[in-house]
Design a protein around this ligand. Structure first.
Ligand SMILES: [Zn+2]
Length: 155
């Protein structure tokens, strides 16, 4: 698809520009109704924000532009294979389509693959490298967090 190639090239060009500024080689664009509505690059080094991946900076900008956290009808074109954090964030935001130009295999020789994190996250919690525990603590006030929220939603 010609548009798809154009949007992916734009993401790669953004990534190149980010590299020239000392950043990591990742760029992304958000497209709605055939138009680029937002762009992003990896800003983790310049902002000391470990979540400032290109896809996340792009969907944050798209949500600000649309005035909504709901990105249904949007597609994201990323220079590289999105990491699990970005993939989940795009899913949660309602993004319906994702395309990327450089695969994890393309990134492996450069230390730019997140395949190992995908593999770790696919395991049961108890087998993952990060300790994850369910500790069902509740406040002594008896006020249930979720029930309180639901009640306020209905009010
Ligand atoms: Zn990411």
């Amino acid at each position: 698809m010609e548009n798809e190639k154009r949007f992916l090239c734009e993401a790669i060009e953004l990534a190149h520009a980010n590299v020239e500024k000392g950043g990591r080689p990742f760029g992304a664009v958000v497209v709605k109704d055939g138009e680029v509505i937002a762009t992003g690059v990896n800003e983790i080094l310049s902002t000391n924000d470990p979540t400032a991946h290109a896809e996340l900076t792009a969907i944050r900008a798209a949500s600000q532009k649309l005035g909504s956290p709901d990105l249904q009808g949007c597609a994201v074109y990323a220079s590289g294979h999105p990491c699990p954090m970005c993939m989940a964030a795009m899913r949660l935001a309602g993004v319906g389509e994702v395309a990327y130009a450089y695969s994890n295999d393309d990134g492996t020789p450069f230390g730019l693959s997140t395949a190992a994190i995908y593999a770790d996250l696919a395991k049961p919690f108890a087998e993952q490298s990060m300790k994850i525990r369910y500790v069902p603590v509740r406040l002594e006030t008896g006020l249930d967090l979720y029930a309180d929220w639901k009640r306020r939603q209905q009010a």
